[in-house]
Ligand binder design. Structure first.
Ligand SMILES: Cc1c2[nH]c(c1CCC(=O)O)Cc1[nH]c(c(CCC(=O)O)c1C)Cc1[nH]c(c(CCC(=O)O)c1C)Cc1[nH]c(c(C)c1CCC(=O)O)C2
Length: 344
């Protein structure tokens, strides 16, 4: 019954709604004092990810405060490498560190796909808790990193400015690189299917570094893995929408949407929403793309930014969101300003 469905699910099904559903990338995060308190209680970030009660609690915090139309599971894209046997830790103030995969030997030391569920079981438990605890109108989104983006961290052992180590392995040892992408593709599909089994109603695939893939490699390492993941999900859960996010991929998002068949495409801050309305919305639901900096600065520029984004995209299926994650410096009161400009 379309009319009783949750607003987010209606937009993802292709409906144009008078007021777009809204959620924010990284909506559970350090800009919220209640998040910082729960994170301190958990000990550290990874302990928080693997504690189902506390991970569910931080997922619910922005829903209680703002009444968003969707909750996104609290976890991280780097749990998959850890589940495959890589070491993972976070350095305070710097970011993630991992044991590296740069040779056939390193690759062979990784675990097989079936082994991931042992490590990831607490994440599935978080999803089960959330599917019981969320308000009836709030949709639950599961997520994973796309194979290329996750591979950039596994190969370099940390975040990199230009994804140089991953691009180097891609050219220097294509057999190992392809094997890693294939392993991540299958593991990611199984991980997302398990999240849906546990109660996720939609899933999002974050390809945060898609823009670093050379044009000639984009089809092979961004589009093709995403298409395989979408196919695997459809086999098991037809009707569960997939949101793609090939960040910074420019006009290549059009063939990406056509080839993968994603039900929605998230657009990053760099994309002109008028272009997205013309080039993407006839093909798929568009999600985006307010500049997260406006939630730091606030004021009339914020309300203006919201209105201009909505004006560009409200003529078709649209989910209001940011063009990238909200930052720790954002003022929680500015999120209220954003919601008032959006919902009236
Ligand atoms: C590249 C990437 C990562 N993680 C993620 C991406 C892709 C999306 C993007 O491009 O932002 C995705 C992610 N990370 C997190 C979520 C949870 C759901 C949400 O609220 O959106 C999601 C969807 C929590 C998190 N993941 C992380 C935090 C901050 C951890 C903390 O509390 O200190 C959160 C809330 C840590 C993280 N995790 C990662 C990095 C590089 C860092 C360190 C940078 C930083 O500190 O902001 C890897």
């Amino acid at each position: 019954m379309l009319t009783t469905a949750k607003p987010l699910m209606r937009a993802l099904a292709g409906e144009t709604l008078p007021v777009p559903p809204v959620w924010m990338m990284r909506q559970a995060g350090r800009y919220l004092p209640e998040y910082r308190a729960t994170r301190a209680q958990a000990g550290n970030f990874l302990d928080l990810c693997y504690n189902p009660d506390l991970a569910a609690e931080v997922t619910l915090q922005p829903i209680r405060r703002y009444g968003f139309d969707a909750a996104i599971l609290f976890a991280d894209i780097l749990l998959i490498p850890q589940a495959l046997g890589a070491e993972l830790w976070f350095v305070q103030g710097e970011g993630p560190r991992l044991s590296t995969v740069t040779s056939a030997e390193d690759f062979r030391a990784l675990k097989p796909v079936e082994a991931i569920h042992e490590t990831l079981a607490p994440v599935y438990e978080t999803v089960r808790i959330l599917s019981r605890a969320l308000p009836r109108e709030t949709a639950l989104i599961g997520f994973a990193g796309a194979p290329w983006t996750v591979a950039t961290y596994m190969i370099a052992g940390q975040g990199t400015r230009d994804q140089g180590p991953a691009r180097q392995l891609m050219y220097a040892d294509p057999a190992t690189f392809d094997a890693l992408i294939d392993l991540l593709t299958e593991a990611t599909a199984q991980y997302l299917i398990a999240q849906i089994d546990a109660g996720a109603e939609a899933v999002k695939l974050f390809d945060s570094w898609a823009g670093a893939l050379p044009g000639l490699m984009f089809e092979r390492y961004a589009t093709r893995p995403a298409r395989t993941i979408v196919e695997r999900i459809r086999e098991r859960h037809p009707g569960v929408p997939v949101i793609g996010f090939p960040r910074q991929a420019g006009e290549k998002v059009v063939p990406f949407v056509q080839a993968t068949g994603v039900e929605a495409c998230a657009i990053d801050t760099s994309v002109d929403p008028h272009w997205a309305a013309r080039a993407l919305q006839p093909l798929t639901c568009v999600q985006g793309n307010l500049d997260p900096m406006l939630l730091v600065t606030g004021g009339s520029a914020l309300a203006d930014g919201v209105r201009r984004t909505v004006a560009a995209l409200s003529g078709g299926p649209f989910v209001f969101n940011l063009g990238h994650g909200i930052t720790p410096e954002a003022d929680p009161a500015n999120v209220d300003v954003m919601l008032r400009a959006l919902r009236g």
